[in-house]
Design a protein. Structure first.
Ligand code: 3PG
Length: 305
């Protein structure tokens, strides 16, 4: 059985070592394709793989066509919008993710982006504190819950809106529950996005929502670029000199935003929310264990297609 790690953005080396141990202990063989720059490299490596471990790597119909021996793809992470699920199903390939395994890392980055914005991008001028400020968590999943836990330590006043999570779950954590996204954006100076990119959420963070945010608004995006209506965000930044956008996913209009709003817009150069040794270990080893379990016992617990 051949298991391929295909990561354009590699795991920490200790995570690769951990994955290798799990795969070899299961009696399987490990192949590694890291930092590839051409899709053809991925297609070639996938040809003989029975399983593939990926991160944000694009796995589309062409990859499934090339990977004749493929039975399972595990996205070591949360979001699987990079995998064509319909094509996977059509090729009888199981797709899984590893929910929760990298969420603390992403949450820590979200809070650091808030501090960075509050302290005027560390430019030496007098900034503000997070203590007592209203934080709106948009979607109370694994990352949202970790953001809430850490934000409590900062003494923030925490609100959340989640269309699917029962209010009792949030209330139990001491979070104030909003009945709509509008209420969350209207109430909170800081909003942290933790929604997946789906047909419903794409482009959904628009001027109508952002325009509701109170004075000195800060929008934090460690989720996906696709959920933002980028043209309308640029319009809000133009209209509101008090509005800041800090993100871990470079927008399509990065050059424009950089030029026009250098003191109110920041992006990491490459998505790094889950780029910690711990998150790589957790997600990578979970992916390897899920694959070993799938081949040995047929377990499909984390199947998403
Ligand atoms: C996720 O969905 O798990 C995060 O966005 C991390 O993605 P990455 O593995 O590409 O860093």
């Amino acid at each position: 059985m051949k298991i391929l790690i295909a990561t354009e953005k590699p795991f920490a080396s200790e995570a690769v070592e951990g994955i290798k141990q799990v795969i070899e202990n299961a009696g399987f063989e490990l192949a590694i394709l890291e930092k590839y720059t051409q899709k053809s490299e991925l297609l070639k490596a996938a040809e003989t793989a029975n399983a593939i471990i990926i991160r944000s790597d694009i796995i589309d119909a062409e990859v499934f066509d090339a990977a004749k021996e493929l039975k399972i793809v595990v996205r070591a992470g949360a979001g699987y919008d990079n995998v064509d699920l319909a094509a996977a199903t059509a090729h009888n390939v199981v797709v899984m993710n590893t929910p929760g395994q990298n969420s603390n890392a992403v949450a820590e980055l979200a809070l650091s982006l808030m501090v960075y914005a509050a302290r005027n991008f560390f430019d030496g001028t007098s900034g503000t504190e997070l203590l007592g400020k209203k934080l709106g968590i948009h979607a109370y999943g694994n990352v949202g819950r970790n953001v809430a836990r850490i934000a409590k330590g900062f003494g923030m006043d925490i609100y959340a809106y989640d269309a699917f999570c029962p209010a009792e779950v949030m209330e139990k954590d001491g979070i104030k529950v909003c009945a709509s996204a509008e209420e969350l954006y209207k109430t909170c100076q800081y909003v942290s996005l933790h929604i997946p990119a789906t047909a419903e959420t794409k482009n959904s963070i628009n001027a109508a929502l952002l325009g509701l945010m109170p004075k000195k608004a800060v929008l934090v995006n460690t989720a996906r670029k696709e959920v933002i209506n980028e043209a309308e965000l640029a319009k809000i930044l133009e209209e509101r000199p008090d509005f800041k956008y800090v993100t871990d996913i470079m927008p399509g209009n990065d050059a424009e935003l950089k030029e026009k709003f250098p003191k109110r817009y920041f992006t990491t150069p490459k998505k790094m929310g889950a780029q910690t040794a711990e998150a790589n270990n957790n997600a990578g080893i979970a992916a390897a264990n899920q694959i070993a379990d799938f081949f040995k016992t047929g377990n499909t617990k984390f199947k998403v297609n």
